[in-house]
Design a protein around this ligand. Structure first.
Ligand code: FES
Ligand code: FES
Length: 160
């Protein structure tokens, strides 16, 4: 394990240097140091998926990831997936399907869905459901989320 207290990595394609304790969890660095409010704190134990981010394109829970482990790597949060003017197809589909209720789980789920469509542009319904297994939604909005991911896949595939 690294003992360095200088961790350098990229967040949403911008270089970042964190000078604090490198055992600090990545979620705290993103939210408290970089003011990125997309990833949410839920369980703090890697169990609910609210804090999901992409590390080199792979979904990872940020609450239980020490920042030293992303040294030199690319981290993407909800904010890096799209903008209000140019949303990612998954973000647009979630809006069109009105898939959010309270929205607390949304950033994590959208992030995982983007990763799913990146590795499998035509997922079956079962594969979509499986990709959401790590995510808890206290509002029970999973059915609309699955529909939104299917819509995003259809939109993306019709544009290719
Ligand atoms: S807050 Fe990270 S998995 Fe729940
Ligand atoms: S929409 Fe409320 S927790 Fe999922």
């Amino acid at each position: 394990m690294s003992n360095s207290n200088k961790t350098m990595f990229h967040v949403n394609q911008q270089p970042v240097q964190f000078d604090g304790d490198d055992k600090t969890n990545l979620l705290s660095v993103l939210r408290d140091e970089l003011n990125l409010s997309g990833p949410k704190f839920g369980c703090g134990q890697g169990e609910c998926g609210a804090c999901m981010v992409l590390v080199d394109g792979q979904p990872q829970t940020a609450c239980n990831l020490p920042v030293w482990s992303v040294q030199g790597r690319q981290v993407t949060t909800l904010e890096g997936l799209g903008t209000p003017a140019q949303p990612h197809p998954v973000q647009a589909a979630f809006i069109e399907e009105r898939a959010a209720q309270c929205g607390y789980c949304m950033a994590g789920i959208i992030t995982s869905a983007c990763a799913l469509l990146e590795r499998n542009p035509r997922p079956s319904r079962d594969e979509i459901v499986q990709s959401l297994e790590k995510h808890l939604c206290r509002c029970g909005a999973h059915t609309r989320m699955v529909r939104a991911i299917e819509r995003a896949a259809a939109t993306t595939n019709s544009n290719t």
